[in-house]
Design a protein around this ligand. Structure first.
Ligand code: F6P
Length: 546
């Protein structure tokens, strides 16, 4: 275990208790902790809906958990979650609620925003989405030429892309066999070119996903797609374009018909918007029933986080472990490794959820935070990750906490002899990371003396394992909500607003200025000497001059 040196200012009693506790725990290896406590593997785990979350291979004892729970109480994390769930304006810098949970509340539950029950509006949008999805899936949604739509291209970026792309891929085994669902997010024209490649405009629906309907990447792609449609079917492309947005007036201004415009409520953050109309591509792919099951899975975890005691509250415990690693043990990153190739989009989805939420140095009250906040979040599907970055996880000089996610049932044909082998790898990795291999143990396996140092494994590489029965829509929804709430818990402890993202603005506005310069609209370049020089070189390479 490595230490964060120096005291975190503004700690409070629970914080300094945790610092002292950490100093006592620092010499206890996971080997010791397991040897001293045979029930540890069963006890330091929590059930969240269908998910079994085993955190026993984390560097904690019962006392650590109890002190972390004290910290949560001291920072009023349960109060913050309660205020979020009840629609208070917890997103203070944008003066909005953060009510993504309202999108998956069971039918019949009132959800109040500023004294108004928004549940009927949520239901109405879901109903309209289901209607279009059903017509698409049955070939009854027709384009300008009367031919059925058979392809949907979802344009969007960040939260308007990562969630739907991740979920569509995760549930590929349930996908409609004849619907071609594609995504384009990057501003690189190669992406939209590839997304449209081979499609027939007469049978394609373009879904423009943008909460603001102003994001450059998405609007440029939407223009390109509209020109492609006009080229193919003529000027009236109203049956070929749909929108998921909070800015419905802008969608209308763009020429998208109100029948194919789906409202994303203002009080849903972009990175939390998978259960909104932004998820229409997922619904089209797997059908409204499966989408509803995904929402129910999310709702199950929303109930869990709201009603469980802290010591049996999965998102609370995981958020606290994130704080333990980052603020007390000095870990600067978290690796997430789903043992499911279809869930390969989960790490990039989580990267935005976590890093856009927690990558902040200013507290919600406007003062600079003392100490560290959100870690780098990264990862890839196992077993691919094992052949890429696991070397570093096992023997590198940094300790990187990991989450390993696995499923009892495969999504592939169960007769294939793959699944036990896949899961054997997950179990093996958690064991190897935690307990390593000593020099004596390595030597005892016959390793030549000059290689013993290379073939030892330090162990004490922490991991949490999440085991679920099967990658169903409900389980996917549960995983999504588990990580969303975990992120909010860590944000509440650190005193930052997990729902804004001001850090993306400076680069955006500079790019607008530079785009004008590249266009020759601006005279003299007035950037620093590096940026000026790069722009001049770029223009020269493009055969133009500044
Ligand atoms: O990356 C910044 C961001 O504002 C994200 O928060 C958001 O998910 C993404 O851009 C897309 O925004 P929009 O849905 O408004 O196009």
């Amino acid at each position: 275990m490595s230490l964060v040196t120096g005291s975190e200012a503004d700690g409070g009693v629970a914080w300094s208790d945790l610092e002292q506790h950490r100093d006592q725990l620092v010499d206890r290896s996971l080997r010791d902790l397991f040897a001293a406590d045979p029930e540890r593997g069963e006890r330091l785990a929590v059930g969240v809906g269908d998910l079994w979350v085993d955190y026993s291979k984390q560097p904690v004892t019962d006392e650590t958990i109890s002190l972390l729970i004290d910290l949560a109480a001291q920072r009023d994390v349960p109060g913050f979650i309660g205020r979020m769930l009840s629609g208070e304006r917890v997103n203070t810098t944008e003066d909005r609620p953060a009510l993504h949970t309202a999108l998956r509340a069971p039918a019949g539950t009132a959800v109040m925003v500023d004294g108004t029950d928004v549940a009927p509006v949520v239901r109405e949008t879901l109903g309209r989405m289901a209607d279009v999805a059903k017509r698409l899936r049955s070939g009854r949604l027709q384009g300008a030429t009367g031919r059925p739509i058979s392809a949907l291209v979802s344009l969007g970026i960040g939260g308007s892309h990562l969630g739907p792309a991740m979920a569509t891929a995760a549930l590929a085994h349930l996908a409609h066999p004849e619907l071609d669902i594609r995504f384009a997010s990057n501003l690189d024209g190669a992406e939209i070119e590839r997304a449209l490649d081979g499609l027939d405009p007469a049978t394609t629906l373009i879904l423009v996903c943008s909460k603001t309907f102003t994001t450059a990447e998405t609007m440029v792609a939407a223009e390109t797609a509209r020109a492609w449609l006009v080229d193919g079917v003529g000027d009236d492309v109203s049956t070929h374009m749909a929108a998921a947005t909070a800015a419905t007036d802008l969608a209308t201004g763009f020429g998208i018909s109100p029948e194919l415009t789906f409202q994303v409520p203002d009080w849903v953050g972009g990175r939390f918007s998978l259960p909104s109309a932004i998820g229409l591509s997922v619904m089209a792919s797997v059908g409204p029933d499966a989408f509803t099951e995904m929402l129910a899975g999310m709702g199950m975890v929303d109930d869990h986080v709201a009603s469980s005691t802290p010591d049996s509250n999965g998102p609370m415990l995981l958020g606290l472990l994130d704080v333990w690693h980052r603020s007390f043990l000095g870990a600067s990153s978290l690796a997430v490794v789903p043992y499911s190739s279809q869930l390969g989009g989960f790490p990039p989805w989580l990267q935005q959820v976590s890093m856009e939420s927690l990558g902040k140095r200013t507290g919600a009250d406007g003062s600079l935070v003392a100490g560290q906040t959100g870690p780098v979040v990264w990862g890839a599907a196992g077993t691919d990750g094992q052949h890429a970055f696991f070397q570093m996880l096992h023997q590198g000089t940094d300790v990187v906490p990991c989450d390993l996610i696995g499923f009892a049932q495969p999504v592939a044909d169960p007769r294939l002899a793959h699944h036990d082998a896949l899961m054997a790898n997950l179990f093996a990795q958690t064991e190897a990371l935690a307990f390593g291999l000593t020099a004596d143990e390595a030597a005892a396996t016959g390793v030549p003396p000059d290689l013993v140092a290379h073939r030892t494994f330090p162990g004490d590489r922490p991991s949490t394992t999440i085991l679920a029965p099967e990658l169903t829509p409900s389980v996917l929804g549960q995983l999504v909500a588990l990580y969303e709430h975990r992120t909010v818990v860590a944000g509440a402890i650190w005193g930052i607003n997990p729902f804004d993202q001001w850090g993306v603005e400076l680069g955006k506005s500079l790019s607008v200025r530079i785009a004008a310069e590249l266009d020759g609209d601006e005279g003299r370049l007035t950037h620093d000497s590096s940026t000026n020089s790069l722009i001049r070189r770029y223009l020269k390479l493009r055969g133009r001059s500044a």
